[in-house]
Ligand binder design. Structure first.
Ligand SMILES: [Fe+2]
Length: 136
């Protein structure tokens, strides 16, 4: 399991979810330490990972009719908009925004997991059958 990369408050107690989130943090932290040439390549992988993670959560929101799905989706959309904006700048040779975006993601994500993702996990556990180990 890759939970060792998770900040303390972001551990939800579900092995599949915590492992998925741990992988996100591992890639994020490694990317921030890369030399600039490798950073440029890895940045897109971080964004793709976040897109997949958010999409999986949003499918669960639909399936289990999570009460605050709209707010949760909006938070995902705002973060992705910033990541995509910085990714466009990165493609045009501006590294600064991409570094800022990943630092912002690293600060934002633990709080998001501890609040919105925790709420989603609670809804999945309360409303449906076992979520088949699918990470939230
Ligand atoms: Fe989320």
């Amino acid at each position: 399991m890759k939970q060792s990369f998770l900040p303390l408050g972001a551990v939800l107690g579900d092995p599949a979810i915590d492992t998925a989130h741990g992988l996100v943090f591992e890639v994020l932290q490694k990317t921030l330490r890369l030399p600039v040439e490798q950073f440029r390549t890895s940045y897109g992988e971080v964004v793709k990972g976040m897109e997949m993670d958010f999409r999986r959560e949003e499918e669960l929101m639909e399936t289990f009719q999570c009460p605050d799905a709209r707010l949760h989706r909006e938070q995902h959309a705002r973060m992705l908009a910033g990541l995509h904006h910085a990714g466009s700048a990165l493609q045009q040779g501006d590294d600064q925004q991409a570094y800022l975006a990943l630092h912002a993601l690293a600060e934002w994500l633990p709080f998001h997991i501890a609040t919105q993702d925790r709420h989603l996990l609670r809804a999945v556990r309360e409303r449906g059958p076992a979520h088949n180990g699918q990470p939230v």
